[in-house]
Design a protein around this ligand. Sequence first.
Ligand SMILES: Nc1ncnc2c1ncn2[C@@H]1O[C@H](COP(=O)(O)OP(=O)(O)OP(=O)(O)O)[C@@H](O)[C@H]1O
Ligand SMILES: [Mg+2]
Length: 457
Amino acid sequence: MRLKTKLNLVTTVWLLFILILLNTTIYYLFIRITTETETDMLQRKGQEIAEKLTNGQVNGKTDNILASFLPESSIIRIVNLNRRVINEVTNDPSLRQIEPDFNVLREWELNSLQDYQVLTVRVPIQSNGHTVECIEISEKLIALAESVNTLLYALFMSSVAAILLSLVGGTLLSRFILRPISKMIHTMEGIQKSGVLKNIAIERKAQDELSIMAKTFNGMMDRLQDNFDKQQQFVSDASHELKTPLTIIESYANLLRRWGMKDEALQRESIDAIYSEAIRMKKMTQQLLDLASLEKENTLDIQQIDLLPFCEEVANPLRKVYKREIKLIYPDEPVVIWADEMKMNQVLLILLDNALKYSKGKIEIYVSKKKEWAFIKIKDYGIGIPKDELSIIFERFYRVDKARHRETGGSGLGLSIAKHIVSMHFGKIKLESEEGKGTEVTICLPIKNSSKGNSEL
Ligand SMILES: Nc1ncnc2c1ncn2[C@@H]1O[C@H](COP(=O)(O)OP(=O)(O)OP(=O)(O)O)[C@@H](O)[C@H]1O
Ligand SMILES: [Mg+2]
């Protein structure tokens, strides 16, 4: 069943239920109020008759007195203790079918006679403080029957009109509400068929649930598109970057095939080149895998790290291998953070590797802390980075001087991996550099575990 039909059906059934409840209440209330008014009136008449008869104010026949009080379509009877009718006047003989009763305790009662309701009231006539007779007035409620008919007709007509209006209103309302949903379904079907991500046009400025839903959908599509674009960019960048070493390997292999058998110098040069390109490719592949896994899973093996021994441990082997001065400058108090040790090690190695590659002099590592934040600054006095390139230095595969990397063997992935790891720890990385003078990279990390605040950088 369609949503529109469902909505219409539910509202109509609910309206029907309300109407039945309301109409029944109105019907019974009307009858009750009318009957009560009529009962009051008849009882007052009965009391007047009783007074006249007891006081003997009126001379003449009792029937005449009763006749003077006789309402339309009614019967007045005086009944004695033995339920015998002593006097009776009527202008509607059919009312004689109503059995007389002396039970004055039942002050009033309603009976059905033919198509009408007959209201009977009883008023006692007292003599010397005892009830001796009872005046019984029964009236056919003709006016009530007519009013009830009119009321039923009015209730029926208004109910039919209400249901019809509700059906029309429901159809219009569901069409109005469901239009944006139909549009969304249409767009989603389009996406499913073509595979092209599309946004839903949001017409209204209203902040209702449907426009929020459309906005959320659009946000989701944008994110998917963004991820899709990034993935495509990544694949094309990676294949482009891998193509260069492969071309070099291919050309040297070709050289070797043609002339290498005789030329020993060419053999050595080719093998060296092929070897270094293969190493570069291996490193780049590993970095690409690192990046892919970093983007995929965001899990960290968090533990306490004392930054001073940690930095010392990373720098020591580099000092020995590269025979370079790597100085550690640290405060008196220990600086302890909560982080993934393996990943932080990777970050430090990436930054030290850059400092080693792009400078010749000493390298300094500053460890410090301020409020809730720990800082590691790696400073070199090397070639530096041009100012206008600082903003894009963290992008994947970005290198300042494409020619420069051939000697240094970089692939432009180091800094983007470092940035990713630092942001996984809710930290920040900042690079300051001056061409020809040197570079300093500062990592800022929260000291507290799972801290998500903004860094001081
Ligand atoms: N300390 C530094 N001094 C001068 N230039 C630097 C420094 N660190 C980074 N750069 C520049 O930024 C570029 C990007 O650095 P990144 O570490 O991302 O890549 P890479 O060093 O070229 O290669 P790898 O992926 O092997 O690290 C480098 O190519 C280099 O031009
Ligand atoms: Mg690097």
